[in-house]
Write a protein that binds this ligand. Structure first.
Ligand code: NOJ
Length: 480
């Protein structure tokens, strides 16, 4: 059922992107290589051997990007800074002034058009030089990331008032260092993700304190991190073990990072218990989940001013009754996942459109973390067609998801402050290359000029923004 109503006047509508997925210019003007540059250059790693070498060529199409953002009427634009474009070898003894210029021009252009920049410091494109000294498995990274962040606050913080440290830290820990699917491709699921997450949390807290100590008073911005959250529904809600399993999954997925930051500086009890218990069963001398000292807990607790997350889909979860692979995430959680075949699927395997899940998710965050000011930083759908300017599937996705967000805000009292569509335009979708299209704008990747064309969803989204609601008279009678 649709709910009819409007979002508040100061609701911040935006679109999102990330550096490696759109910029191109992979070695332009002194940029250093990232782990993604090197990974995509090996044939066979990415679908159709696609790379982000040129991507949407946003590095050279800044004016046009800003023009399109203006046409959408967005209040904010969330993008990420490429660390190796700014520090080619990852360290602040190698500042690349051309990279700094690019971001200065982008930020100036946004501010001149009244578009608030939301800036992610790390959206996965680690400088290769830092992976060469151990990457996120090394605690040296805390210092190195802090020095990059410090430089960014100092250089851009007069105009940037909304910072995100890590995009999807759970994916960094799990997919980069657990399954090893994505760079730096470390396959050590038992231990590495927990160690990497431990380091990411300390690095996040360190950067938060740097902002607090050196910049907040003069710059007055907010800083947080951006989690990835699927809604997890118990497969059989009448079965208490499934209910518990669903909550346990949320704790392993979200609580892993949010519990330390938004609650008490420490991991969720259920994680400590499960991983500790499993480690004992494996006859390990101590838990594979590392332990924070009292001082570290104090340092990490409260290091986010707002709650930010990305969401795309929902899953069903059951308490596992079968034997699980002891080197899997599921093993520690004692769960297995599924989807409901009645949920509509997009062309992207595994991503099902489950709009009502967003309302439940928002309520879960509200209950669990005390209704923090909340921002949906990425939400959208990938579709496997090239030319679909009349993209009613995407329009329906946005309409239903945004309507559920409205219910959470109006009916449930969730302190929702903003919504960002993913994505501004088609882009390089990591292992899937250019196949899934997420864009409000279509990009022609066969044309060296990378022309952008607004899809019908871009027109629809612009009207949502203008009216602060999804039920638009001008769209009555159309297929949505
Ligand atoms: C979340 C990631 O932040 C983004 O980079 C990716 O393109 C989307 N998920 C869609 O898979």
């Amino acid at each position: 059922m649709y709910f009819y109503g409007t979002f508040p006047e100061d609701f911040t509508w935006g679109v999102s992107s990330s550096a490696y997925q759109i910029e191109g210019g992979w070695d332009a003007d002194g940029k250093g290589p990232s782990v993604w540059d090197n990974f995509t250059h090996v044939p066979g790693n990415i679908k159709n051997n696609d790379t982000g070498d040129v991507a949407c060529n946003s590095y050279n199409k800044l004016e046009e990007d800003i023009y399109l953002l203006r046409a959408l009427g967005v209040k904010n634009y969330r993008f990420s800074l490429s660390w190796p474009r700014i520090f080619p070898n990852g360290r602040n003894n190698s500042i690349n002034s051309h990279g700094v210029d690019y971001y200065n021009r982008l930020i100036d252009g946004l501010v001149a058009n009244n578009i608030t920049p939301i800036v992610t410091l790390y959206h996965w494109d680690l400088p290769q030089a830092l992976q060469d000294v151990g990457g996120w498995e090394s605690s040296e990274m805390i210092e190195l990331f802090d020095s990059f962040a410090d430089f960014c606050f100092q250089t851009f913080g007069d105009r940037v008032k909304f910072w995100l440290t890590f995009n999807e830290p759970q994916v960094i820990a799990w997919a980069s260092y657990g399954t090893g699917e994505i760079p730096p491709n470390v396959n050590n699921p038992g231990a590495a993700p927990y160690e990497v997450a431990h380091t990411l949390l300390k690095a996040h807290a360190r950067v938060y304190h740097t902002y607090d100590d050196k910049y907040r008073a003069s710059q007055g911005g907010v800083i947080s991190l951006c989690l990835n959250i699927d809604w997890i529904e118990p497969k059989t809600p009448s079965n208490p073990r499934d209910l518990e399993a669903a909550d346990r999954y949320m704790q392993f997925l979200v609580g892993w990072f949010a519990h330390p930051v938004f609650k008490n500086g420490d991991y969720p009890e259920v994680m400590k218990w499960k991983v500790g218990n499993r480690s004992e069963l494996q006859s390990l001398p101590s838990s594979r989940l590392p332990v924070f000292t009292a001082e570290e807990r104090e340092y990490i607790r409260g290091t986010a001013d707002v709650f930010c997350f990305n969401t795309y889909t929902a899953k069903l979860v059951t308490h596992a009754t079968t034997r699980l692979n002891p080197f899997s995430y599921e093993y520690d959680q004692e769960i297995s996942t599924d989807v409901d075949s009645s949920w509509p699927t997009s062309a992207l395997a595994g991503h099902r459109a489950v709009a009502w899940g967003l309302r439940r998710l928002l309520n879960w965050v509200k209950e669990e973390y005390g209704n923090p000011p909340t921002y949906i930083i990425e939400n959208g759908v990938g579709i496997k067609t090239e030319s679909d300017v009349d993209d009613h599937t995407r329009i329906l996705y946005y309409k239903t998801y945004i309507d559920e967000a409205l219910k959470a805000y109006k009916l449930d009292g969730v302190d929702l402050r903003g919504y960002n569509a993913w994505s501004f335009m088609d882009f390089f979708e990591w292992l899937n290359g250019y196949e899934p299209r997420f864009g409000l704008h279509e990009v022609d990747f066969d044309d060296p000029n990378r022309p952008r064309t607004p899809r019908r969803s871009a027109v629809y989204y612009a009207e949502i923004i203008r009216n602060n609601e999804t039920h638009l008279d001008s769209w009555a009678g159309s297929r949505v």
